[in-house]
Design a protein around this ligand. Structure first.
Ligand code: ADP
Ligand code: 5GP
Length: 392
């Protein structure tokens, strides 16, 4: 049999479930995982999504630290326990591309954050329908040509790629625009934001702070584009250890002399800054080649030839420009729906008409603090869909 569905609050369940007095209010629902009962939607304000957790053994309530991007409002939702790590939440009365949310309660990210915060932690992650390609992390020493290659990709395939706009404490160069090339910020502001969990990764590079915010990656995923991150080797290492399932590419110069020539010819740094960047380049090149972080090493000798190799790695054919992804169909989900889980699929039973929509979770990737990608959503004729073991 499939797993028991989570409970949507109705009058019978409002105050009593599983022998526990939950005193559920308004739009609250609950899911039991192990010895804990997670109550979702738990604030007096129905437009704000709170979480409270009951320890079923001791009867104690805890309000956890809530991380990730949470839904703005859940005026009615259904939820189901997916496994011991996470809960699936489907918002009622919404467009299907806005309706799928995950509450992570025991993933690696949540366990790490519990150690950092020393509190109970849960983390929201929004579900993205459809299969955008894996994000691309591009690293390499300053002046090697990362920005040039990324610009070529973005110009040739503007609907396919989106750039993750990093935060930095360094001063803008002449032609750089705030919010386009970087989010330029102050050191103390960025430090505070790092503490509050805003960044997927961050590092001190050439004497300044640089970091990729969770939001920078999410806005690209939400636009259905493949995200490109231009980050240093330390950042690449952090992303490797995160939930972002990316391709890692390291760009090398043909020689150290050529790197120096390019950096000087670019003319954007002072003599002192160039020296610092060249000193750091030695260690970066060594790490790039030997650390095992990178899936591909690209030598940027002839620019056009290197660009062709990059496109090959990314699986871009000349026809790719025209062959844009067909976006998944968007459904209107009603106010009245229930969920049943069968293996790695969740059947969304939609209201009196009994239309069924299947959410296939077999290829999910990513997760908090970013989006959960790789979801497939499709309507089925309930007479033909194989839903054996489903308990509705
Ligand atoms: P990065 O983003 O890695 O710091 P840039 O893309 O800014 O490097 O490139 C540094 C300089 O080198 C720029 O002036 C750029 O035009 C030039 N450049 C990039 N690739 C090549 C190449 N293959 N051959 C010669 N010059 C290049
Ligand atoms: P620049 O100052 O030349 O724009 O960038 C200097 C270095 O910082 C480059 O190696 C670039 O890849 C790296 N960098 C840019 N943004 C980020 C970021 O968000 N995180 C990390 N870790 N490095 C970054």
């Amino acid at each position: 049999m499939g797993e028991a569905p989570a409970f949507y609050v109705d009058d019978m369940q409002r105050n009593f479930s599983n022998g526990l007095d939950l005193k559920l209010k308004g739009f609250e629902t609950f899911v039991v995982i192990g010895n804990k009962t997670y109550v979702i939607g738990g604030t007096d304000d129905p437009t704000s999504v709170g979480i409270r957790i009951l320890n079923n053994l001791t009867g104690e309530w805890v309000v956890p630290t809530i991380l990730g991007t949470k839904p703005k409002a859940l005026k009615g939702h259904s939820c189901v326990r997916l496994n011991k790590d996470r809960i699936l939440i489907i918002a009622h009365n919404s467009k299907s591309d806005e309706s799928v949310w995950f509450l992570e309660v025991d993933t690696q990210f949540v366990r790490d954050q519990k150690n950092i915060f020393g509190t109970e932690v849960v983390a929201w992650s929004k579900g993205v329908i459809g299969n955008t390609e894996r994000p691309v992390v591009i690293s390499g020493p300053s002046g090697v040509g990362k920005g040039t290659l990324i610009n070529m990709l973005m110009n040739d395939y503007p609907t396919m790629f989106g750039f993750s706009v990093s935060h930095t404490t360094r001063a803008p160069r002449e032609k750089e625009q705030n919010g386009v090339h970087y989010h330029f910020t102050k050191h103390n502001v960025m430090e505070e934001e790092i503490k509050s969990g805003k960044f997927l990764e961050f590092a001190a590079v050439h004497g300044n702070l640089y970091g990729t915010s969770v939001e920078a990656v999410d806005v690209v995923a939400d636009a259905g584009k493949r995200c490109i991150l231009d980050i240093d080797v330390q950042g690449a290492r952090s992303v490797r250890a995160s939930s972002l399932d990316a391709i890692f590419i390291f760009v090398c110069p043909p020689s150290f002399e050529e790197l120096e020539n390019r950096l000087r010819a670019r003319g954007t740094e002072t003599q002192e800054q160039i020296q610092k960047r060249l000193r750091n380049a030695k260690a970066e090149l060594e790490e790039g080649r030997t650390s095992g972080i990178f899936d591909h090493i690209l030598v940027n000798d002839d620019l056009e030839a290197c660009y062709e190799r990059l496109k090959n790695i990314l699986g871009i054919r000349e026809s790719s420009n025209a062959a844009q992804k067909t976006s998944s169909k968007v459904f209107d989900l009603p106010t009245d729906l229930s969920l049943s889980k069968v293996d790695e699929k969740v059947i969304i039973n939609c209201g009196p008409a009994e239309q069924k929509v299947v959410l296939d979770l077999s290829s999910i990737k990513g997760g908090a603090p970013g989006r959960t990608r790789g979801l497939d959503l499709y309507a089925v004729d309930h007479l033909t869909e194989n839903v054996h073991g489903c308990d509705y």
